[in-house]
Write a protein that binds this ligand. Sequence first.
Ligand code: SF4
Length: 470
Amino acid sequence: MRVVRVEGFEDWRREARALLAAEVRPEQVSFQPSEASQDSLFEEDGPSAAMGETQTARITVPRGFLDLAETVALHREERRWDLLYRVLWRVNHSERHLLAVDVDEDVRELLLMEKAVRRDIHKMHAFVRFRKVADEEGERYVAWHRPDHRIVFAVGPWFARRFGAMRWSILTPDGSVHWDTRELTHGPPVTQSEAPQGDDMEELWRSYYASIFNPARVKVKAMKAEMPVRHWATLPEADIIPQLLQQASQREVQMRETQKTSAAPFVPGDHRLEVLAPAVQRCQGCELYQFATQAVFGEGARQALVMFVGEQPGDVEDVKGRPFVGPAGKVLDEALAEAGIDRREVYVTNAVKHFKFEERGKRRIHKTPRGVEVAACKPWLEAEMDAVQPKLIVALGATAAVSLMGRDFRITRDRGVFFPHPRAEALLATVHPSYLLRLPDPQQKAEEYVKFVEDLRLVAERVRELGVAR
Ligand code: SF4
């Protein structure tokens, strides 16, 4: 019996390829974690060392096997490596379509392991709670979590994408990952007692959780499955669950009344941007959430004098999760710069937070949101205006203008004029930059662009006056 020590997936893959090339049968080999002590009953024999590169072969595997194996490799069960090798062996020895036979015991076990790991990753995305701490470089957000499987390094990139602008660390008993806004690094395991406890972030999480708590779906048993009691110790919101359950029936009645098509039940009572931005991802206020990649919330200066409101995210924004970062955003950036407005000093958002589109082949073509969808999404825009409290609002295009000024507003007639608005000192509407992109005639495009910049110059001028007054 060969004992092969492996540390991770790449290790296993290299060793398995060598073993397969040497025709080592699954029952002749045992994979062990590299840190495990060597069992004196077994003779250790690393195949790479024994066989050398020349004896490795080019192994082909069915589509999907490597992804499956990479996920299963994160499972905590030690026999995963043996199981993976056994399946790899069988696939390469006349059972090419084995993975399609889900009643096969080995395949079934692999699929169960894969499911468990995926579920654990989902839980980690949902239940990691950061606490703010100060270190020598400033603020850092630290979370301690106990995953069921060895997923901590695999989930690092997801958190880096989601919380790219903040410095954070996720500590687990298996290892830790750190993000400094540019680079992910790995560190040693950390016990719960070594992790930071409690702070003002807890209050934030509590109010966030209270706002997303959906009394219409309260099933205590299911809730415990979804949010395993094991994780409750690290969840600041856990201690308000009994209270929320008590209020559930009353809230359910209220929700049913307002829930027809509206974001209102999903918008937290706390209108701070750091509460709103994650909460919007759970919005089901209209049907658009079902098709888009994610909700795209506004971004920019927290107390911006000017808030720009567009229609909805485009294809690029939907993928990147940020507003005005696609072709229309580029036009807006150029026009803002020409008008003397620094984009970093304004706040940009959209009237509708999910991308509405229709699929044509591989392309996703923008579709104008219906009035009912714009109205459904308005509570998010209201909450953003509450948070930012802009002095000036700029509506980009008809959808935003109608959302903010009502159905009688006409861009063609009313653009470039400051109107009073209950949420700001004034509102000015102009065209959406994507309108400029769609114009086929270069001459008309150039003329319209000049008019767009002129409208923005009016805004810049007003900002200068307001800036002095502020
Ligand atoms: S478009 Fe707005 S209301 Fe509709 S699901 Fe998305 S965030 Fe909610």
